[in-house]
Design a protein around this ligand. Structure first.
Ligand code: SF4
Length: 187
């Protein structure tokens, strides 16, 4: 949908708002070891869906949030709907993964007018799932994140460079240099 924010960008924004800018505005999608591995997601679905029926790559959108995206897996078992986002790596409490899958769940409910019973992230390396609570508090935080993303999109100003421990593993670090002068930074 026109002007809808990709749900996967929520993950990028929470990871680093400057990275979101580089990818959203300038189209940088540099791959490094981690991102390439992340594209090779081959979880053993038959093993852990436990006889449930599953659907892959389901498109969803939310007019209320102004977002759209793809859900990796929708699992239906015993009348219960579970959405699952597949990630490489080990199970961890990453905030960026949480808000991405939360937005997916809200968009699924709006697109299909059906309640999501369970929201989860599957971490391939540790072969474990993390379950996400859809609380009012988390929904409020998600809405604030999306509003902040929209502010950046409207202003067109790149967030300032700020070195964090995430920079070392970031696939955009080669283009995200403090002396990178093609873009105008916010004040
Ligand atoms: S190198 Fe650091 S500041 Fe730049 S986009 Fe990546 S995480 Fe963000």
């Amino acid at each position: 949908m026109e002007n809808y924010i990709p749900i996967s960008s929520i993950n990028t924004f929470v990871y680093c708002k400057r990275r979101f800018y580089l990818e959203y505005f300038l189209g940088f999608r540099t791959d490094n070891f981690y991102t390439l591995e992340g594209k090779e997601k081959h979880s053993d679905l038959e093993h852990w869906t436990d006889g449930g029926k599953y659907y892959k790559n389901i498109y969803v959108y939310s007019e209320n949030l102004g977002v759209e995206g793809i859900i990796d897996i929708v699992l239906i078992k015993d009348g219960k709907i579970t959405i699952i986002e597949e990630k490489r790596g080990r199970r961890a409490e990453w905030e960026n993964d949480k808000f991405q899958v939360l937005a997916q769940a809200i968009a699924f409910e709006e697109t299909y007018n059906k309640k999501v019973d369970e929201i989860s992230i599957y971490y391939e390396f540790s072969n474990r799932r993390r379950y996400i609570e859809k609380t009012e508090d988390e929904i409020k935080k998600l809405k604030e994140i999306i509003e902040n993303m929209k502010s950046i999109i409207t202003s067109g100003l790149v967030p300032k460079f700020e070195y964090t421990n995430r920079c070392e593993g970031c696939s955009e670090k080669e283009v995200c240099l403090p002396e990178f002068t093609l873009i105008k930074e916010e004040d």
